[in-house]
Write a protein that binds this ligand. Structure first.
Ligand code: GAP
Length: 455
């Protein structure tokens, strides 16, 4: 179990600018967090790694970026309006509202009263109205998952890309859930980013593809730096499955607060495409669009041999980016004893995830010649496209190293008097993990760093 505690992570995230409580100056808002200067870089790097493995490195997956505001019909036919709910019990005495499964011995967890209502379903979707008139016809929702737009755009993607089965559609974007008990920092929040991929397959081939995607996702997490003995697979029991799922495996990670779900990999069968096909027909009948009835988009594929239409099954790996960030920070956070009563905090993130790739540090603050060289080095390194290169001007090299260890910067480059006084021009390179330092000629820096970051 990682020794990292939630308090250590929360403190580091605030101190170094990864994650802040939303609306902090007004006391915050439960279940909402803002990502600071380094948090946004880390998130972007995780998204890039996911997108690369899902879309760029494969030939069978396309991308999508759909609207967040969602037509009520979509979430009606997806089943979310009726079933995406937690049973809740109200306490008549203290007016608290609690998840029914959190009530023990029939007593209110807050005040102990037994004067409780029967459990009633509480829908987790955020409802809003679109346009100036606040009536039932204008109700829309903030999407609770990105998946639904993938299903409703299925026909458009197939027609515009000529895809044949099996193929997938990937999407990264915000989702919203009015969680009753947001908790454990960014683990359970009310606004989060989803990274979801729907992989469409022939019915009958779904179980083998489900196995394939479980193995694929386990390998991906290992590639991001999670140690295999800190996460496990959990097969959901029939009473735990979402309304659409035939089967689901969770990848559970040893978070600071316990072993909990990091990602779900579900077999959603033909539930969503089937329901949206049926939904369109009902919608047209209801709206008296009989003449348009023929134009219903059948969300199906044709069997190439028999010509018969069928609705594909779907395998869905779905992970919350915020949970991914929490797992990666938990794994990377290390306190090292350096001997003689000294220690350091170092964030051992894989280099492709590190928010800052290279820090260029002048040995002396505000020295014109040294600073000019630092700017020149930074400008040249940016051309490599390795990510963020930061320039420090603090003048305290020890503090700069400590700060960059804490935020996981893999390489620090120090520019000193030798750099500007001796030929060939050279700098000191310091490695975050080994703390080893050696001299590299400036002319060799691009090749050195290209090799380092490409490996
Ligand atoms: N489309 C399927 C789906 O949304 P889910 O099990 O409800 O399935 C998938 O969510 C993943 O989304 C979870 O494994 C988790 O990583 C993330 N997630 C769900 N609710 C979350 C919340 N309130 N806060 C942060 N992440 C959440």
């Amino acid at each position: 179990m990682p020794a990292t505690s939630m308090d250590q992570l929360v403190s580091l995230c605030k101190r170094r600018g990864f994650i802040f409580q939303n609306a902090d100056i007004y006391g915050g808002m439960q279940g909402l967090y803002d990502y600071g200067p380094l948090g946004v870089e880390l998130k972007n790097n995780v998204k890039a790694a996911w997108w690369r493995s899902m879309v760029y490195e494969r030939d069978d997956i396309e991308g999508l970026d759909a609207a967040i505001l969602t037509n009520r019909k979509v979430l009606h036919y997806s089943g979310h309006e009726d079933t995406f709910a937690d049973p809740m019990t109200d306490c008549r005495k203290c007016k608290g509202r609690f998840r029914a499964d959190h009530i023990k011995d029939g007593k209110c967890p807050n005040c102990g009263s037994t004067d409780l209502t029967e459990p009633r379903p509480f829908n987790l979707m955020f409802k809003t109205t679109v346009g100036p008139i606040d009536n039932a016809e204008n109700i829309a929702y903030l999407r609770p998952e990105t998946a639904q737009a993938i299903f409703t755009q299925f026909r458009n993607v197939v027609d515009s890309t000529s895809r044949k089965l099996p193929f997938g559609i990937a999407q990264i974007g915000k989702s919203f859930r009015n969680e009753i008990t947001p908790r454990n920092f960014i683990f359970r929040v009310r606004e989060f980013e989803h990274m979801e991929m729907e992989y469409f397959v022939k019915p009958g081939e779904d179980e083998q593809w489900h196995k394939y995607w479980i193995e694929n996702r386990v390998k991906w997490w290992e590639d991001q730096g999670l140690r295999r003995d800190r996460f496990r697979l959990y097969e959901q029991q029939p009473d735990e499955l979402a309304h659409y799922a035939k089967a689901c495996y969770d990848i559970e990670y040893q978070f600071p607060h316990g072993m909990e779900e990091l990602e779900g990999i579900a077999n959603r069968r033909d539930y969503d495409l089937g329901n949206h096909t049926k939904g369109q027909e009902e919608f047209k009948l209801e709206a008296h669009c009989h003449e348009n009835h023929e134009s219903t988009q059948k969300l199906c594929m044709k069997d190439e041999q028999t010509g018969e239409a069928f609705i594909p099954f779907v395998i869905e790996p779905s992970v919350g980016l915020d949970r991914a960030v929490l797992a990666l920070l938990t794994e990377a956070y290390t306190e090292e004893d350096l001997g003689n009563g000294n220690s350091r905090i170092v964030l051992k993130l894989k280099k492709h995830l590190a928010p800052i790739k290279v820090a260029v540090i002048p040995l002396k603050k505000n020295n014109e010649q040294i600073m000019a060289k630092c700017h020149e080095i930074k400008k040249n390194l940016l051309k490599l496209g390795i990510g963020r290169v930061a320039l420090e001007n603090t003048g305290n090299i020890g503090k700069a190293y400590r700060r960059h260890d804490e935020v996981g910067t893999p390489i620090c480059i120090t520019v000193d008097f030798e750099t500007i006084e001796q030929q060939p021009e050279s700098v000191t390179i310091r490695d975050r993990d080994t703390m080893e330092q050696h001299r590299v000629n400036i002319a060799d820096l691009p090749a050195y760093l290209r090799e380092y970051f490409n490996n």
